[in-house]
Design a protein around this ligand. Sequence first.
Ligand code: NAP
Length: 336
Amino acid sequence: MTTRTRTLGTTGPQVSALGLGCMGMSGMYGDADRPESIATLHAALEAGVTLLDTGDFYGMGHNELLIAEALRTAPAASRENAVLSVKFGALRDPDGGWSGFDGRPAAVKNFAAYSLQRLGVDHIDIYRPARLDPDVPIEETVGAIAELVEKGWVRHIGLSEVGADTIRRAAATAPIADLQIEYALVSRGPEREILPTLRELGIAVTAYGVLSRGLISGHFTPDRQLAAHDFRAHSPRFQGENLRHNLTLVDSLRKVAEQKGVTVAQIAIAWVLSRGEDIVPLVGARTRERLGEALGALDVTLDAADLAAIESAVPADAAAGDRYAAEQMAMLDSER
Ligand SMILES: NC(=O)c1ccc[n+]([C@@H]2O[C@H](COP(=O)([O-])OP(=O)(O)OC[C@H]3O[C@@H](n4cnc5c(N)ncnc54)[C@H](OP(=O)(O)O)[C@@H]3O)[C@@H](O)[C@H]2O)c1
């Protein structure tokens, strides 16, 4: 039972210290096995994982319908503790392509209406725009979510991949529980300006890509064949020479993990857990086996010598390649 909890900011809910990110269950990392996805969600709830993260655009509603089914078929005792974090705003096309972001107030309410229906719930616990819509002031997008909070359809407001200025403007509009952002041994950008800003404002972090989408999980091999629709087939970090270099970092990290008697994934997750009580890693497990491994990170304690060994194995900024392809990097307010 995962009894460890963390609180999302000064105004947000209490959640399990590890959250489950469900994106990979809807095709973002190649095909997923539906019964195994449901079994993984059930196992997570059973183990005390309460925070489940999704987006209405993950498989164009597929991910929300999957979570709804898992909640419907889970034992009531584990289901009622679930805290649903939902992202909206990313626009898709029938070919699975991406065509921008919509943060207009009317769109926010429309997205929420569909998500509530698909999820089969009467409220969303944390609702957040996936990206800043460059054509809509953040005050308008957050203001629309605040109206949903007032009406009881949403409990808390979150943000995703925005920078310090936008965080401040959002927090001046309504209470913000957390920022979702990529944060990992190989993705330490938030440490510069974003983390100090969040701490000043009492806003937590839900960290994604903690295993850099599997790259630093210890399970990724250079010969792995990626489907064309797998995000990693287009991610700079997984290409050619970058991949080769990045996997040498994993080899170094493996030595530290072996000395501790833990796995590479566990030490990478434990490192993020060690960064502060205000940080909740979202792990992208989509099988019970991977989930079990990830949960093992909660039992890993890192002392100063361990942290020094980890950071010497994977120094900040050591990763080769940006965390997104150029077109997607350009949409990250957090990288400005
Ligand atoms: N706000 C945003 O912009 C944003 C962006 C991306 C993701 N997210 C959220 O964050 C969640 C986590 O992100 P992510 O999926 O990229 O994170 P991740 O945990 O870094 O990567 C998941 C990948 O790691 C592999 N893996 C290997 N060992 C694992 C283990 N023990 N536990 C978990 N995964 C293991 C998985 O394996 P297999 O390939 O073997 O299944 C999967 O491909 C997503 O599901 C989504 O909810 C948010």
